[in-house]
Design a protein. Sequence first.
Length: 112
Amino acid sequence: MALHDWLSGWECTHVAIESTGVYWKPVWNILEGALTLILANAKRIKHVPGRKTDIADATWIAQLLRSGLITPSFVPPADIRNLRDLTRYRRKLLRDATAEKNRIHKILQNAI
């Protein structure tokens, strides 16, 4: 929320976020709807030699954004993202249940 307030204070209208892992998701969820968000594919913007720090990375991403050189990645609407999360969680639970069943079968077979 502090980031949202800070960006609003500086009258930012666009924000580019590098898509590394899942770290971009909470920031995206906070800023979604208030600003124009662009999710940048890390592979497409990393091919620049000499960038070693987070500050240099942020400066580079800002330059690319201002120049219009970031191709935005597709981010589905919030309801679809939530459905995907639930589906993935259900799949994980089913895998865990199957693994437990297999462990029980193995224990029972070894007990005979």
